[in-house]
Ligand binder design. Sequence first.
Ligand code: GRF
Length: 218
Amino acid sequence: MIAADRLRVAVLLSGSGTNLQAIIDANEGCKLGIDIVGVISDRPEALGLQRALDASIPAIPIDFKASANRSDYDKWLDQELDKLAPDLVVLAGYMRILPATTVNRFRGRMLNIHPSLLPAYPGLNTYARALEAGEQWHGTTVHFVTPELDAGPAILQYRVSIRDEETEPQLRTRVQQGEYNIYPKAIAWFAASRIELRDNIVLLDDKPIDGPIVIDEE
Ligand code: GRF
């Protein structure tokens, strides 16, 4: 049952959906104060869609490959978002760049999680790049989405210290454990009106934050 007083959340994803699963699990008993009203994927075969169905959430494939061109696909996505009428759009491993018109329509109401300590390493292959560069730290960031890729104001970060000889899969596993913690937390803050984007600055409990709140791996 979808309740009028709960935040309507639409999730966009392209892949396995482990972050979606973490959000679904954390919202058990509506503990996050949200209803996930639909999960949209550009890839019909995405495992994340099956996770949605298993949780009785509408799964909406919009096959990028079946669209005649990018503009048709973008219109299709906008239509599906309109139907869901979300209060918040959550990008959870959605691997396409959204058009600025869509992003601006949801300005201050769209979140993403990106596997790096932004502003370091926007874009792809962040684990390999951080290891290659010999970084001491890596992590993941929840941020508001703005039209520039991975550049929106950051809310929460989870940070891990890179170990000697650490491999990419090992680092990814540790960082993703943190994602399953900080993404539901940020969503709960949004649902409780604790975070807000105002003039491109993040307010937490009505006070501007200088940068993301950083949670270190224990
Ligand atoms: C996440 O690790 C996130 O950092 C990135 O895409 C990945 C999606 O993984 N944006 P999953 O589909 O949630 O398992």
